[in-house]
Design a protein around this ligand. Structure first.
Ligand SMILES: NC(=O)c1ccc[n+]([C@@H]2O[C@H](COP(=O)([O-])OP(=O)(O)OC[C@H]3O[C@@H](n4cnc5c(N)ncnc54)[C@H](O)[C@@H]3O)[C@@H](O)[C@H]2O)c1
Ligand SMILES: O=P(O)(O)OC[C@H](O)CO
Length: 341
């Protein structure tokens, strides 16, 4: 099976490594040709995943999208491993490029977890499947998600992921590409639920990082995770997801991992906010994308439009906007009126 992974950040690289180690024919495509050349030569992604040696079979190339056209004609699966902000242009490009080389049927999946920032002419930001409906409605698409730190996957540590798509062929392609001794891949047809879980858990991980940074204790952390799961589920159901999806790997599973694991960049943002850093400085010091910072406002905005109550998300937005400080956010959450669970 031939797989093309677009985006050579931590996660695109980790999955490319995992698939190559499992014997698949993998091309990893970096945005920057010079970065690709350096990776191919040194056999390491020094900027984004320095702990892991690239297997000899993994091919690395990069540059302008047009350079990828030839490789596309022989690929069986395209994986977009960029941050959410780059999903739209890549889907739009693939919607032209795949049919142009006679590969219109090839499944295209993405790894990003978030809501896109609102386009200039749009009222609110979109999830990946909504972006695909706009710019690539004829492509066969899906999302690959679940609790997974890039470093652990690249090191071959046991991980379970979810292949989500409305199309059985896309789910089957993801299972064929990645399922193996260290990586279990479960299939799910609830793409909305899987995408909402992946986007909202990042916002909630910022809140939990903040809570732990302020040393508010284990009770508070458990409360945040549980009430966070409730607000994630409310939004997802209002957007058309199935409630049970949020009890699975891409809901509860990814929320627990990201909220409690120190490898999480979103949790690290919360920890830095607790130290008194502003949102911009907190992200800057990470050197990686923290999607929760970009998605939080959209999550709150879409929830408000649907009449869904998301107090933890609202507190994170106020914090990121500088309208509340860390202590003020906690006071606001604890000062809410009593209500039924
Ligand atoms: N790192 C993880 O453990 C992990 C796990 C699961 C999901 N994700 C999700 O995967 C997505 C990518 O995260 P990451 O950790 O790889 O980010 P990262 O910060 O490590 O790297 C981002 C990469 O995207 C590349 N990029 C940015 N714009 C691009 C474009 N237009 N075209 C091609 N490449 C572009 C950058 O050059 C960089 O290589 C995020 O949405 C994240 O939430 C990450
Ligand atoms: O490092 P984070 O916070 O982007 O989280 C990484 C993965 O999404 C965890 O599943």
């Amino acid at each position: 099976m031939r797989i093309t992974v677009i985006g050579a950040g931590a996660w695109g690289t980790a999955l490319a490594v995992a698939a190559a180690q499992a014997g698949r024919d993998v091309l990893l495509w970096a945005r920057d040709a010079a970065q690709a050349e350096a990776m191919a030569r040194a056999r390491v992604n020094a900027r984004y995943l320095p702990e892991v040696t690239l297997p000899p079979a993994l091919r690395v190339a990069g540059g302008e999208p047009a350079g990828l056209q030839v490789a596309l004609s022989g690929t069986d699966l395209v994986v977009i491993g960029t941050p959410m902000a780059a999903l739209r242009p890549w889907l739009a490009w693939l919607a032209q490029a795949l049919p142009a080389c006679g590969r219109a049927e090839v499944p295209v999946v993405w790894l990003c977890k978030g809501f896109e920032r609102a386009q200039p002419d749009a009222e609110y930001g979109l999830l990946g499947h909504e972006v695909a409906q706009q710019v690539a409605p004829a492509l066969r698409v899906g999302v690959f998600s679940g609790p997974s730190f890039a470093r652990e996957v690249a090191q071959g540590l046991p991980t379970a992921l979810v292949a989500a798509s409305a199309e059985p062929a896309v789910r089957a392609a993801l299972v064929a590409a990645f399922h193996g001794p260290a990586l279990r891949v479960y299939a799910n047809d609830d793409m909305i639920g899987v995408e909402v879980g992946g986007a909202v858990k990042n916002v909630l991980a910022i809140a939990t990082g903040l809570c732990d940074g302020l040393r508010l204790g284990h009770n508070a952390r458990a409360a945040l995770i549980t009430r966070g799961l409730a607000e994630m589920t409310r939004l997802g159901v209002a957007l058309g997801a199935r409630a049970e999806t949020f009890m699975g790997l891409t809901g509860l599973g990814d929320l627990v991992l990201t909220a409690t694991g120190d490898l999480s960049r979103n949790r690290q943002v919360g920890l830095r906010l607790a130290e008194g850093l502003g949102a911009e400085a907190a992200v800057h010091t990470l050197g990686h994308v923290a999607e929760g910072v970009y998605s939080a406002r959209t999550v709150a905005q879409r929830a408000r439009r649907l009449g869904v109550d998301m107090p933890i998300t609202e507190a994170v937005v106020s914090l990121l906007d500088g309208a509340l400080d860390a202590r003020g956010a906690v006071e606001r959450l604890m000062g809410r009126d009593p209500k039924a669970e």
